[in-house]
Write a protein that binds this ligand. Structure first.
Ligand SMILES: CC(C)(COP(=O)(O)OP(=O)(O)OC[C@H]1O[C@@H](n2cnc3c(N)ncnc32)[C@H](O)[C@@H]1OP(=O)(O)O)[C@@H](O)C(=O)NCCC(=O)NCCS
Length: 240
């Protein structure tokens, strides 16, 4: 038979667990709001004025930030065309295949945010599609796409755009950048890993020895002491 003190200890433990669950839920809600705030920002490049121009080799480009929901049909077509020229072959060889409608919906989802690089004739040379999300219980700047049009590749634009993403993450207090890359995309893997210091993310299926034709890479971003962000209650371990 359980003693009175045993019962009260049991009750206390239950209460503690409940209180702790609430703290953890509150933390996750606050983290979600933290990401939403960055998502809702009209211009995350506002404090990064020196990076509003890219000038290297024969490229002279303006760098702007846009929400996909503000795109007209021409802008969407232009982005899709750069994407298709670079990626269609790889999608056709992959397990997901090439399904234009699905990719179009993902690229121009209301949550999609873009950094665009255009010249003075308004031609698009490259772009990044990014989103601020909670991923595996962490605040993450997710790089959905980086695409540089074929004529402008190997001129430093890709590196510039990825470094700009790191600054965007830092200034908004995000602790990690994540991205997905096809296993057969050797050039891009070399670019991310060797040039930019990305590593296999622990949540990548390939990190868990699963058969898969893509990998998830990530890079940790130094914490910005000026940004207030939700703190995980001490001792909490979040299950993913
Ligand atoms: C991957 C990608 C984004 C890289 O962008 P990029 O603008 O070509 O990259 P950069 O020019 O900054 O650097 C890439 C290479 O060009 C080289 N490079 C940079 N400046 C250069 C210059 N002035 N002249 C010659 N080469 C140069 C770099 O050294 C680097 O080569 P290395 O890694 O073999 O040493 C781009 O090639 C691309 O859009 N690829 C197709 C789409 C794709 O695969 N996207 C990734 C999906 S996950």
């Amino acid at each position: 038979m359980t003693s009175n003190s045993g019962r009260s200890r049991g009750r206390k433990e239950k209460e503690n667990k409940k209180a702790f669950r609430k703290l953890t839920n509150d933390y996750l809600c606050a983290l979600d709001q933290f990401c939403r705030r960055a998502q809702n920002s009209d211009n995350v490049l506002e404090n990064l004025k020196p990076f509003s121009k890219f000038s290297k080799n024969d490229l002279k480009l303006d760098i702007t930030y846009r929400k996909a929901e503000s795109f007209d049909e021409t802008t969407s077509e232009e982005i899709f065309s750069v994407f298709e020229q670079n990626m269609r072959d790889m999608y056709e060889k992959s397990a997901v295949g090439w399904i234009k409608r699905e990719k179009w919906d993902e690229l121009f989802d209301n949550d999609a945010r873009y950094v665009l690089a255009r010249d003075d004739a308004n031609m698009l040379h490259g772009f990044v599609h990014l989103r601020f999300v909670v991923e595996d219980n962490q605040d993450v700047l997710y790089c959905y796409e980086i695409q540089v049009n074929k004529l402008s590749q190997s001129k430093g634009l890709g590196t510039f755009l990825m470094k700009l993403l790191e600054l965007i993450a830092f200034y908004n207090g995000f602790s990690k950048i994540m991205l997905t890359v096809f296993d057969i995309n050797e050039e891009a893997k070399k670019f991310y890993k060797t040039k930019l210091g990305y590593v296999l993310d622990p949540f990548s299926p390939t990190a868990q020895d699963e058969e898969c034709d893509y990998e998830i890479l990530s890079k940790s971003i130094k914490q910005n002491p000026k940004v207030e962000k939700p703190q995980l209650p001490s001792g909490a371990i979040l299950s993913s």
